[in-house]
Design a protein around this ligand. Structure first.
Ligand code: NAD
Length: 245
């Protein structure tokens, strides 16, 4: 139990990678706040699973791209828990289209949800964080290599890497570590959309010849959230089965 007694917030935690991280954190002894945007039912299922593990949990609705909604969520976190030890900025979306065809709305929504959310959530979280807290960002392999049809997504995820490295420098003195995980091809609702490419990706692009599971990311997040990772900061950790693009 490497996260005993810690309080964690995971954004976009009602399903997929975020949910797996929330559950793993609870298994490791943390109380977990489950942020969600739409699916109240799925969020309360995640909360129930965490409670069954024996930890405290609440679901809080907020659109991470909206600073005011996020601030209100943090007022509730302050009232309920009084502090925050671990933040995982996980919520993210894709709106894929070649740049020639991409609308301004598709560009802006992805940047606001995946990148401006880092400002909105982390800025509020820092008010509740003590020395030696942990911030984990979920970036992507696409932020490293780029991908056809994903200029918006790649820019947002590369932006997350720059955010991570800069904030690590600002918070090092307080022992607060800031790291990013860059997942490769992980089974989730997001990658269902590109299911038709799966065989090609597994055969030619992933040396381990399997897609990743949300738990593969959750295990690394738990380590980065724990005291065991205290000398790692400003890093981008690839969790991708050796994938290259
Ligand atoms: P997913 O679509 O299952 O999960 C994304 C979650 O974010 C959902 O619960 C969704 O409701 C939530 N969300 C979206 N917009 C939100 C908003 N404005 N406010 C609050 N919550 C919001 O996909 P996933 O694969 O679990 O993705 C999780 C993270 O991992 C994302 O940041 C994604 O970019 C990243 N990622 C995924 C993969 C992959 O292969 N699945 C690879 C690299 C990076």
């Amino acid at each position: 139990m490497i996260l005993n007694g810690k309080v964690a917030l995971v954004t976009g935690a009602s399903r997929g990678i975020g949910k797996a991280i929330a559950i793993e954190f609870a298994r490791q002894g943390a109380d977990v706040i489950v942020n969600y945007i739409k699916d109240e039912q799925e969020a309360s299922k995640a909360v129930d699973e965490i409670k069954n593990i024996g930890r405290k949990s609440i679901a809080l609705k907020a659109d991470v791209s909206d600073f005011n909604e996020v601030s209100k969520m943090f007022e509730k976190i302050k009232g309920e828990f009084g502090r925050l030890d671990i933040l995982v900025n996980n919520a993210g979306i894709t709106k894929d289209r070649s740049l020639k065809k991409m609308t301004q709305e598709e560009w802006n929504t992805v940047i606001e949800t995946n990148l401006s959310s880092a400002y909105n959530v982390t800025k509020n979280a820092l008010l509740l964080m003590q020395k030696n807290s942990r911030i984990i960002m979920i970036s992507s392999i696409v932020g490293l290599y780029g991908n056809f049809g994903q200029t918006n997504y790649a820019a947002s995820k590369a932006g997350i890497m720059g955010f991570t490295k800069s904030l690590a420098k600002e918070l090092g003195r307080q022992g607060i570590t800031v790291n990013a995980i860059a997942p490769g091809f992980i089974e989730s609702e997001m990658t269902k959309k590109i299911g038709f490419l799966k065989k090609k990706i597994l055969t030619y692009m992933i040396p381990l010849k399997r897609s990743g599971m949300p738990e593969d990311v959750a295990n690394v997040a738990a380590f980065l959230a724990s005291e065991k990772s205290g000398y790692i900061t400003g890093q981008v950790i690839n969790v991708n089965g050796g994938m290259y693009m």
